[in-house]
Design a protein around this ligand. Sequence first.
Ligand code: NAP
Length: 252
Amino acid sequence: MKLQNRIIAITGAGQGLGRAMAVHLAREGARIAVIDLNQDHMDETKAQVEAAGSSAATFTCNVADEAQVEQTFAAIVAEMGGLHGLINNAGILRDGLLVKAKDGEIKKMSLAQWQAVIDVNLTGVFLCGREAAAQMIQTGEGGCIINISSIARAGNFGQSNYSAAKAGVAAMAVTWAKELARYKIRANAIAPGFIATEMTAGMPPEALEKICKGIPAGRMGTPDEIGDTAVFLLLNDYMSGRVVEVDGGLRL
Ligand code: NAP
């Protein structure tokens, strides 16, 4: 897909990887529908997209809320004139062990901790993917969906909720590639390793240091490296149903 004047929606684009992908796509001429919760953060992304030579519109939306997602994707098409791509990027962490025995007590991951991550990272991807696909089919121009998975999809210590959701979104990308090809819609996933964003900045420094020592590339990835990958997946019309790992060689 050529990106000049194409309309690409990115969830969680108010900061981090979402913002970096928005700027990279803008440099290729794409117009960005910025979806997030915080208006100030979205305004900053919009300014950076404009500085990169393109335009953006902002849409406040909780991706886990069905009515808000339906309304948002209808509004993107009505206000921006179409929809050619979606990057399902919004995500949260609520890490914890499944169970932990300490001093004779068993501490458990709460259902709320599980559900919060499943709601945003799995159900949010389902809802946005569904609404984007429906809009793309109606406009009849085809399109491309990218789900942001994670290296944690293989299963990661302290991340029952997050790993389950990230495995789910990788599987959905493969499923959608099969189901949506007849409408000329492709679907792929990106599975980043550890990338320097606000999300990883919130991790304990000693844990991060230990992780970095185990990365064959010798460092964390940069948001720009994920931005490059998103551009490649959107541009290449024969890429579909694949999970692209961008992790500096790390295996969990
Ligand atoms: P981030 O800096 O925390 O950004 C995530 C964005 O998503 C924030 O702007 C956040 O808004 C937004 N968001 C959260 N819940 C939302 C909701 N319910 N509806 C709409 N927007 C919501 O995270 P990041 O590091 O850029 O990560 C982006 C994606 O990459 C996530 O899916 C993450 O799991 C994945 N990933 C990241 C890494 C990494 O190393 N950074 C590695 C693998 C995968 P607020 O801040 O306003 O809540």
